[in-house]
Each structure stands twice: as structure tokens, then as C-alpha cells.
Ligand binder design. Structure first.
Ligand code: NOJ
Length: 752
């Protein structure tokens, strides 16, 4: 008989192949399905319901009750339960003392860093640097995992067009392409090359879907999104997260077109499972299942649980609608055991893929890595690259430390360690923040810094420090004014109707401008504020978002010219709330506005007759342009674009072309430029936006040098959903390569 005996070489090759595919994260038949299948066959209904429940730290007031609940398999996951020893003990009870030994998922909001806090995600998006963002999320995972966390509720990838919405801070801005590239990088960073690496955690793409379209930018509000916008815009980053291998998704709080997304079969089933083939776990948002009742889509919590389960929502966060109702719903045949089994399998597979069945414990010594100097250095680099220079008249910046005798450092954000961390930084510690004041003192010497806070906090309206601030300005060579928003003015539940600078900050700015000293304004905020007047009054303006732990040193690096600013806006800046929504890929309309027709409100003659001549799409007061376009950002150097060439001005419907352009750094600084590629599909079966980002590159160009930038544009990249199908349509296209969404070299091509 010829029995196959694998030789050592074959075994070695097999091992090498497996090890390698784990490393690259390539899908392997890892046994998760078999394990889940077998496990579910052994589970009681109570154990299955337990797996579908996530409870929060503190749910059980009593520790003995808590331990008993783990033994009984009462819940499959915990959130906000932290600390290596605590979690290890909980895992030990789950694995050793519960009947089936199923380990726990431990979830936490690790949104832009754990202890080393990076810029808010909107800030990171301004870096247009997926590699750096990926490394930031890798660090976040490395730090968080030391506390027993194996599941981060990130990335938050809700596209929004509304800066009033407080959660704009947590996402990647307005553009589906930029957000998709970053979403991919964030998932890769969290999950690492190998999911079983102790420093990897499961990612959770949230809030699926449409949450960022809350009406009036008021958090938790209703959303109406037409399917082409849903598919061409909102879902893009989620698809990217799925493609990057995100193990989990979180459904949002919102209702979408009349259906709460936590119960939406179209969103959760048809798109996510059937079209995209997602096999991971979907968790609700905090209490979003019982809220289906408040939304008016279910008569009671039992009905809400049935609707969520029927839509394919696997795990409920924080509330007990599933726990309380699943048995009755099965008895009443409102749900099936097959649905329950599928949900449990989705959950078990995630636990298996994370390697928790093999080893659910974390090394208590690992936490020594937290705040590693290399992590802080990376946070400083990302904060630098996230800062966008919006104005620099007469080369006000950089300041040269050896040439100035002193600077006035003023403003409520100059030395506010908590505020600079921004929203969702539960685990960051203010004492680890290095503020701009500290960093500037460190860089140029205490003696050269005249500090006056000016206002105690961003909303402060008392002006009793104004004269001291002006006196400090008078005796200094330049003013560095740090203003913006406190951290608590953005993030969940923190929407604003008015997006001006709060408090008396603008008045402080005006008072300081009146001193005639060079005025450098640094805005640290959780959203793009309406800063038209402040932009006019300042000589230079850096938009620094909430830059995290290392915001201070990063800003000092830029202010004193250690590096040139290089960030670009990931959102359009509006002139005022009345312009919202205003995004660069808007439609042309049948009456696009131009200077020819816009008459500013104060110039309209009294009793001007009505006439449809010259009636175009603008606001009488704001005009028809935003304050600043998407993609905008200045540098200490000057970049010139030339020689745009296309490998062909025709492309087949299945083909691609190569686009090349030359960028020259004609200034005195080595610097990074973010080169952007936009297209316009002139005519479509549904109308197309006036511009769409299709590629970008962050490149470093030494002073005086020239770089050639190359993009491949495939016809498939031009596909869009037209209400019926997703396709690339033949026709004429415009193409631009340039420094922002408003400027660039232009070419044309045809798709046949
Ligand atoms: C509610 C938020 O919407 C969500 O983003 C977060 O992950 C959960 N709470 C858990 O804290």
C-alpha cells in the first residue's frame, strides 16, 4: 500500500507557507469556521444569548456577581474593562471556570491613540499620509492591548458634510477617496500583520452607516441619503475597511431613510453580507437596539430585538434587549435558531481569529512599552504633518529663534494639556501632554517667552487679561496666539449650531492685531470653524486641530522652522453655517454661479426689479465659494506644477492610463507637497460631481529640486452607482493634477 508520509522538507514548506500567510494577513483556512460550527453545536441557548451580549464595566455592582456571570457565560464581551491583571483574571474565569471555556472580547474606544494621543482623526486625515496613520494606529493597538483590550471601536469613518456635527472630529472628513485610503490604513494598523500578535486588536468600522449625515449636524438626528450618495460616498470607506480585513462593524444610532440602521436589512444584510461578503461580527452602538422603539420602528423592546436580529445584528452593546427577549422571540417564531447560531458563529470566529482560544492573556510587563519615546516621536511627526497652514503673509512664519528677542505666547489653548488631546482620549493623561507653551520655552528659552493666558478657556468672555496680553505683545517681536475650542466642544453629543470661535477669542485676536506686531494665530479645534474674519486679521494662521500629546513640540517645530507645514484640508472650510453643506464634489447645477452675476447683498440697488437674468446658484451674503477649498494648505516653500502628460487621451472601458506631472520646489525649504489628482465625468446617466479626487501622493522635494509624480488611472476607478448599477460610462472626462481641489493643471481624456 502506498501511504503518503510527508518528508521533513514538505512539512517545513507547509509550515513556512502557513507562517508566511499569517504574517501577511492573507486569508488562510484558519479553522475558525470549523471551530465555530463545533462550538455552537455544544452550546445551550443561554450560552448563545450570552455570547450576543456585551456588558460594560460596572454593570454588576458586585465583583462576586460579576465573576459568577462570567462562569455562567452571561456575556461574551465587556467594554471599558481595563488593566492587565483585571482582564487576565476575567479571562481566566471565562476559560477555566465556564462550561465551554470561551474567552471574552474586551472592547474600548481607542480612537486616536491610547495613552500616546495622536491628533484627532480629522487632524490625521489632514496629513494625507496613510503610512503614518497606519503606524499611529499600530501604536494605539500596541498600547491598548497591554491593558487586555483586544477590540478597538475604531476606525470611525463616517463621512460628513457638516462641521456643526461634533463627531466630525472623529472621522476623516468629507471625501470618500481620502477617507477610504485612511480607513484601510487604520484597519491595517490596528489589526497588524498577524491578528494573533499580542499587539494586534480587532478593528471595528463604525458607524455603519450614514450617521454623519445627521440633519442640521445635530448628533443622533435622522438621516436621509439617496442611494447614489450612499453608495458613491458614505459606504466607500466602509467597503475599504472591509477589504482591509476589519473583523467587526458597528451599526449606528441613526435611522436612514426611515429605518434605524441597527434594524436595517438593506444595510446590514443586503449590502454588508450579501454584496460584500462580510463574515465578521456586527455590534450595535450603545443602546441602539432599545432606541429602535424611541425611533418609532418597533412597538417595544422585544419587537426591537426581533428587528435587529432579523437584520443580522450579532451583538448588543450595553443593554439587555437581546438577553431579555430572545427566548420568547424564538418561542413565538419571530426569529429562528439558525439566526442565533449564525450570530454566535460570527462572534466566535472573531475570538478565534484573534487567537484568544489559544491565549486570552496579556503580559502584565508589556505595559512598560506605553509612551515609548519612539511612540511620542511618531505622535510629534503626525501632529506636524496634520497641521495646515492657511495663511502666511510676507513670510511671517517661520520665526527664527536666533533673530528674535522675544515672543508673546497668548491664548487659552497655549497651555491646556487636556484640551490639546481632543475628544475620545479616555486613556490619555494631561500630564503626558507637552503644551505649546512648554515646547516653545524649551525651544527658544524661557527668557524669550512673554506668556499671558488672555482668556481662561475658549468660551471665556471676561476681558480682564486683555490689557496684560496687549502689553506682552507690545514688548515682543511677534505674537503667537493659541485659540480654538476646548476638547469638550466636539465629539459625541457635542454639536454646535454656531461654528465661530467661542467666547471672546475673536475680540482678543482683534485687540492683539491692533498692536501692529506680527500676529501668528494657531487654531486648535475639533472641527473646521468659520474663521473668515480671523483669517483676514492675522498675518499667519496654522490650523492644528487637537493635536494630541505632542501637539506642543510639533507646533514649535513648525513655528520655528524645523520643518515646513505640509498638511492639507480634509474638509471644505465654510464662511458661515448658512453655507452648509458645502463640499468640493458638489454638482454643477443648471445655473453655476460666477463673478459675472453675483451681486453681494449690500450692493443690490434698492427696489431692484426681479429678473431671471443673472439668477445663479449663490447666496447673496456668502457668494458661491467656500472660505477655503478641500485639499488646501500652504508651505514655507513654493511648489510649481508643470508638464502634465497622459499616456493616452483615450482609454478603453477596461483599460487604464498613466498620468504624470512635474512638481518643482522653487523655494528655500526642503518640504513635502501633497499632489492631488481630480477628475470630472462631464456627462453621466445621473449627473456627476464637478470634481472627484482619484489619487494623491505626499512627496518630499528638496529645495530647488523637481520630482515627477505618476498616477495610474483605471477606467474602473471612474465607476459610480447610478441608481440601478455600478459602472464606468464611456464619455469625455476632465482631469487635473494640482495642489488642492481648486487649482491644478488640466487635461482631457475619453473613455470608449
Ligand atoms: C457610543 C459611540 O457612538 C460609539 O462610537 C462608541 O464606540 C460607543 N458609544 C462605546 O463607547
Amino acid at each position: 500500500m502506498n501511504t503518503f508520509k510527508p518528508s521533513l522538507v514538505v512539512l517545513f514548506l507547509l509550515f513556512a507557507l502557513l507562517a508566511n500567510s499569517c504574517k501577511t494577513g492573507a486569508p488562510v483556512n484558519d479553522g475558525a469556521d470549523t471551530m465555530a460550527e463545533k462550538m455552537v453545536a455544544r452550546m445551550t441557548l443561554d450560552e448563545k444569548i450570552g455570547q450576543m451580549s456585551q456588558l460594560f464595566d460596572g454593570y454588576f455592582g458586585d465583583y462576586e456577581q460579576f465573576k459568577q456571570a462570567i462562569r455562567e457565560g452571561r456575556f461574551g464581551s465587556l467594554l471599558n474593562y481595563l488593566g492587565a491583571d483585571k482582564v487576565n483574571e476575567a479571562q481566566r474565569i471565562a476559560v477555566e471556570e465556564s462550561r465551554l471555556g470561551i474567552p471574552l472580547l474586551i472592547g474600548r474606544d481607542v480612537i486616536h491613540g491610547y495613552r500616546t494621543i495622536f491628533p484627532i482623526p480629522l487632524g490625521m486625515a489632514a496629513s494625507w499620509n496613510p503610512e503614518a496613520v497606519k503606524a499611529a494606529f499600530r501604536i494605539a493597538a500596541a498600547e491598548a492591548s497591554t491593558q487586555g483590550i483586544n477590540w478597538a471601536f475604531a476606525p470611525m469613518i463616517d463621512i460628513t458634510w457638516d462641521p456643526r456635527w461634533g463627531r466630525i472630529a472623529e472621522g476623516c472628513g468629507e471625501d470618500p477617496y481620502l477617507a477610504s485610503t485612511l480607513a484601510y490604513a487604520m484597519v491595517e494598523g490596528l489589526q497588524g500583520d498577524s491578528l494573533t500578535d499580542p499587539a494586534s486588536v480587532a478593528a471595528c468600522a463604525k458607524h455603519y452607516a450614514g450617521y454623519g449625515f445627521a440633519e442640521a449636524g445635530r448628533d443622533y438626528n435622522t438621516t436621509y441619503i439617496a442611494e447614489p450618495v450612499l453608495r458613491n460616498v458614505v459606504l466607500k470607506p466602509f467597503k475599504a475597511a472591509k477589504d482591509a480585513g476589519a473583523l467587526t462593524f458597528m451599526s449606528g444610532f441613526n435611522e436612514l431613510n426611515g429605518i434605524p440602521v441597527s434594524a436595517d436589512q438593506f444595510i446590514l444584510k443586503q449590502i454588508l453580507r450579501d454584496e460584500w461578503g462580510f463574515e465578521g461580527l456586527v455590534i450595535s452602538d450603545w443602546a441602539s437596539v432599545p432606541q429602535i422603539v424611541d425611533q418609532g420602528y418597533a412597538v417595544d423592546e422585544k419587537d426591537a430585538a426581533a428587528k435587529a436580529i432579523n437584520a443580522g445584528l450579532d451583538m448588543e452593546m450595553a443593554t439587555t434587549t437581546y438577553f431579555d427577549n430572545i427566548k420568547t422571540l424564538l418561542d413565538e417564531k419571530k426569529i429562528t435558531m439558525e439566526q442565533i447560531d449564525n450570530a454566535v458563529k460570527n462572534i466566535l470566529r472573531v475570538k478565534y481569529k484573534l487567537g484568544l482560544f489559544e491565549n486570552p492573556y496579556v503580559d502584565p510587563e508589556a505595559e512598560k512599552k506605553i509612551l515609548d519615546p519612539s511612540f511620542l516621536e511618531h505622535a510629534r511627526m503626525v501632529a506636524r504633518q496634520s497641521t495646515v497652514m492657511l495663511k502666511n503673509d510676507s513670510n511671517t512664519l517661520p520665526l527664527f529663534a536666533d533673530k528674535i528677542s522675544s515672543v508673546a505666547v497668548i491664548g487659552p489653548l497655549a497651555d491646556s494639556p487636556r484640551d490639546q488631546m481632543g475628544t475620545w482620549s479616555f486613556d490619555g493623561l494631561p500630564e503626558n501632554s507637552v503644551t505649546p507653551l512648554e515646547a516653545i520655552r524649551d525651544m527658544i528659552g524661557d527668557r524669550k517667552v512673554n506668556y499671558v493666558q488672555g482668556l481662561k478657556y475658549s468660551r471665556d468672555r471676561t476681558k480682564d487679561q486683555f490689557s496684560a496680553a496687549m502689553a506682552a505683545a507690545d514688548r515682543s517681536d511677534a505674537i503667537l496666539l493659541f485659540i480654538g475650542e476646548e476638547w469638550i466642544l466636539s465629539g459625541e453629543g457635542q454639536s454646535r449650531g454656531n461654528i465661530d470661535l467661542p467666547g471672546a477669542q475673536s475680540e482678543l485676536l482683534t485687540a492683539l492685531a491692533a498692536t501692529g506686531k506680527p500676529l501668528v494665530v494657531i487654531i486648535m479645534a475639533g472641527r473646521p470653524l468659520a474663521i473668515g474674519d480671523e483669517l483676514k486679521e492675522s498675518d499667519a494662521l496654522l490650523y492644528a486641530w487637537h493635536g494630541g500629546t505632542m501637539a506642543g513640540p510639533a507646533l514649535a517645530d513648525l513655528i520655528f522652522g524645523k520643518e515646513s507645514p505640509s498638511g492639507k484640508l480634509p474638509v471644505t472650510f465654510v464662511k458661515g453655517e448658512g453655507q452648509i453643506p458645502f463640499y468640493y464634489y458638489r454638482k454643477n447645477t443648471g445655473r453655476p454661479a460666477s463673478d459675472r452675476t453675483w451681486t453681494p447683498i449690500d450692493e443690490i440697488p434698492v427696489e431692484n426689479p426681479q429678473s431671471s437674468l443673472g439668477y445663479e446658484s449663490f447666496h447673496l451674503d456668502y457668494g458661491y465659494t467656500p472660505l477655503l477649498p478641500f485639499g488646501y494648505g500652504l508651505s514655507y516653500t513654493t511648489f510649481t506644477y508643470s508638464d502634465l502628460t497622459l499616456s493616452d487621451d483615450e482609454m478603453s472601458i477596461t483599460g487604464s492610463i498613466t498620468v504624470k506631472a512635474t512638481v518643482t520646489n522653487g523655494g528655500e525649504w526642503d518640504a513635502d507637497e501633497i499632489v492631488q489628482l481630480y477628475i470630472r465625468d462631464r456627462v453621466g446617466s445621473i449627473t456627476r460631481p464637478i470634481k472627484e479626487l482619484k489619487g494623491y501622493r505626499r512627496i518630499t522635494i528638496p529645495k530647488g529640486e523637481t520630482a515627477e509624480v505618476e498616477f495610474t488611472l483605471a477606467a474602473a476607478d471612474l465607476a459610480f452607482f447610478n441608481g440601478r448599477e455600478t459602472l464606468t460610462e464611456p464619455g469625455e472626462f476632465d482631469l487635473w493634477v494640482g495642489p488642492n481641489s481648486d487649482e491644478g493643471l488640466h487635461a482631457e481624456f475619453i473613455v470608449r
